[in-house]
Design a protein around this ligand. Structure first.
Ligand code: THU
Length: 147
């Protein structure tokens, strides 16, 4: 994602912050939103969805990926992720967890930009390779089966 795409970045930031408002996070209170830009320009959002059986929780980033893939999208240009600060707390950067990094790697190359948001004016951009170096992915197989 290049400098000229700053308008796209602003749309992704806004979309991630809006998606976080829809989070279902009654156990942690940590509300996360993600906005995934597909290659055709469509933005797919996701929020975290928690469960009383805690391990079944789904992160915002994976919700966004599954949302997009279930709509027929498999090519992506960027992801933005934001967490809403709990009542009275200062905002802080939200970065994808390890499981989400691996799921992103399923569909995205090392250069894929991940925009980690603190607030609407402050964000950091990492490549997926920076977040998940030496990754294991479909191209790690000699004969990768492709359904
Ligand atoms: N969570 C996300 O949705 N994305 C992240 O990048 C980090 C963690 C969620 C999972 C859980 O609902 C809550 O945040 C606390 O871990």
């Amino acid at each position: 994602m290049k400098q000229r795409d700053s308008r796209e970045i602003q749309i992704l930031i806004q979309s991630a912050l809006e998606a976080a408002q829809l989070a279902y996070a009654p156990y942690s209170g940590y509300r996360v939103g993600a906005a995934l830009l597909s290659a055709d320009g469509t933005v797919y959002t996701g929020c975290n969805v928690e469960c009383a059986s805690f391990s079944l929780t789904n992160c915002a980033e994976r919700t966004a990926v599954f949302h997009a893939v279930s709509r027929g999208q498999r090519a992506f240009s960027a992801l933005a992720v934001a967490a809403l600060p709990p009542e009275g707390a200062a905002p802080s950067y939200c970065v994808p967890c390890g499981a989400c990094r691996q799921v992103l790697r399923e569909f995205c190359p090392g250069e894929f930009p991940v925009i980690c948001i603190k607030n609407k004016n402050e964000y950091k951009v990492y490549t997926l390779e920076e977040l998940l170096p030496e990754s294991f992915a479909a191209d790690s197989f000699t004969e990768a089966p492709r359904p």
